[in-house]
Design a protein around this ligand. Structure first.
Ligand code: 5RP
Length: 224
């Protein structure tokens, strides 16, 4: 219950980073629902929004935002999204909602990535949350075998297809020694579309909301 309140206050605080005439990338998930609710009030000051998923797109349409096609946008000014886990280097596990591919594309097209979380998402070391991995359907059994050989326990997400017609394997207990190296290694497996490790596309700023209020983490641990 408190988590919802914290998600809402982190979202409200992120409004400080919304500049006039800017293009905003919109993440996916329950935190982002709070964010969209606040952004509605600034709808007429921004140029438009680019959505990371069909789910968020439908909500943005309902609220009559100016929706821009990702292919027609050179750069997104700021991408706002949440995470399943985020560490002190602002690297993340994302994709709990299955929208990791759109999220990673928008993160890599953005000048700034702001992650908004309640304080339960902050971890010293990533890996308690299973790593979502989007795979093309014909590679499911092959990728599962590869993951088992890495010592992890892969589970195919039931009754779920991504916006791009793919499947999600949730990788439990995958040992993460070096986040970036593991992301690169998994990316090299044919059949994997997107890995839910965001090391290369780490956040620039993390807004954390908790019992003691708002805390900001910046890349390179310049806290404030
Ligand atoms: C969706 C995501 C979300 O950012 C992540 O799952 C957190 O979701 P929530 O805001 O509901 O806690 O990566 O693919």
């Amino acid at each position: 219950m408190y988590q919802e309140k914290y998600k809402s206050s982190a979202s409200l605080f992120s409004m400080n980073y919304i500049k006039k005439n800017s293009i905003i990338g919109i993440g996916t998930g329950s935190t982002i629902l709070h964010f969209i609710k606040y952004l509605r009030k600034l709808k007429h000051c921004i140029t438009g929004v680019v959505s990371s998923s069909i789910h968020s797109l439908n909500i943005l349409k309902k609220y009559q935002f100016c929706i821009l096609n990702c292919n027609n946008v050179e750069k997104i000014d700021v991408y706002i999204d949440s995470a399943d886990e985020i560490d002190y280097n602002l690297m993340m596990i994302k994709g709990g909602g299955g929208a990791l591919t759109g999220e990673k594309i928008l993160a890599s097209k953005s000048k700034q990535f702001i992650c908004i979380v309640d304080d339960s998402k902050i971890v010293k070391k990533l890996g308690k949350f299973p790593i979502p991995i989007e795979v093309v359907p014909m590679s499911v059994s092959h990728i599962k075998k590869k993951l088992i050989s890495l010592g992890c326990f892969p589970i195919l997400r039931k009754n779920f297809t991504t916006d791009y017609g793919n499947k999600i394997i949730d990788a439990y207990n995958l040992k993460i020694n070096n986040v970036l190296k593991l992301e690169e290694k998994l990316n090299s497996y044919p059949g994997i579309v997107t890995v839910g490790l965001f090391a290369k596309q780490s956040a620039d700023i993390c807004i954390i909301s908790g019992k003691l209020g708002i805390k900001i983490l910046k890349k390179n641990n310049k806290n404030s």
